[in-house]
Design a protein around this ligand. Structure first.
Ligand SMILES: Cc1cc2nc3c(=O)[nH]c(=O)nc-3n(C[C@H](O)[C@H](O)[C@H](O)COP(=O)(O)O)c2cc1C
Length: 184
């Protein structure tokens, strides 16, 4: 049992990292082996639109994404966390998600065998948790089309200061329970 988390915020000890770690802590309680990657620390180039991945398994770009493909393939569950930047996911997260294109190749598809479970976690400065809900839902649908089973969406609204999400006990509890439920 393995869960891997991808953190799309550059801020160490920030709200997104806290939320992703909480979900992983829940998974670990149920016996899952966990690992995390901070996307900002990695060398991940933007998709080059070469469509190498249409005819071959994997991506032609030999950067840190190769390790992440491997981690996703080995995982039972994947957590993707991003802060909202200008009404959308962070650029670091978007570059990573564009690079999931190889999984649309049937030969490399996540849909083969058991699809990977996925939890999405978003943090936002604005208080209204419904404000970006259509965006969160369409992001989930897009990731379903890539081959993931969406098992949860955690949103932390009204968090601006680093680590402020720690004050939201309900959000943290939901995150931990969602992590536990991945491996029940
Ligand atoms: C460049 C930038 C743009 C942002 N845009 C938005 C936004 O459009 N809506 C919003 O609610 N919060 C916005 N925020 C606030 C962040 O989403 C929020 O502070 C989040 O908790 C940061 O996560 P972190 O602590 O993991 O870095 C923005 C923050 C930055 C740095």
């Amino acid at each position: 049992m393995k869960a891997v988390g991808f953190i799309g915020s550059p801020r160490k000890g920030g709200n997104t990292e806290t939320l992703v770690n909480e979900i992983l802590a829940g998974a670990a309680e149920k016996g899952a082996q966990t690992s995390t990657y901070s996307l900002n620390d990695l060398n991940i180039k933007g998709c080059q639109s070469c469509f190498y991945c249409k005819g071959h398994p994997g991506c032609v770009l030999k950067d840190d994404m190769q390790k992440l493909y491997d981690e996703i393939m080995k995982a039972d569950a994947v957590i993707i966390g991003s802060p909202i930047y200008m009404w959308q996911m962070s650029g670091q997260t978007k570059i990573f998600i564009d690079r999931l294109l190889p999984f649309l190749n049937p030969a490399y598809s996540l849909k083969k065998g058991r699809r990977k479970d996925l939890v999405l976690a978003f943090t936002q400065g604005q208080d209204d948790s419904g404000l970006f809900m259509p965006y969160y839902e369409s992001t989930g649908e897009m990731l379903e089309s890539v081959g993931f089973n969406i098992k949860g969406l955690i949103v932390a609204p009204g968090v601006n200061e680093k680590g402020e999400v720690k004050k939201q006990k309900d959000t943290l509890e939901k995150a931990r329970n969602t992590g536990r439920d991945l491996f029940k």
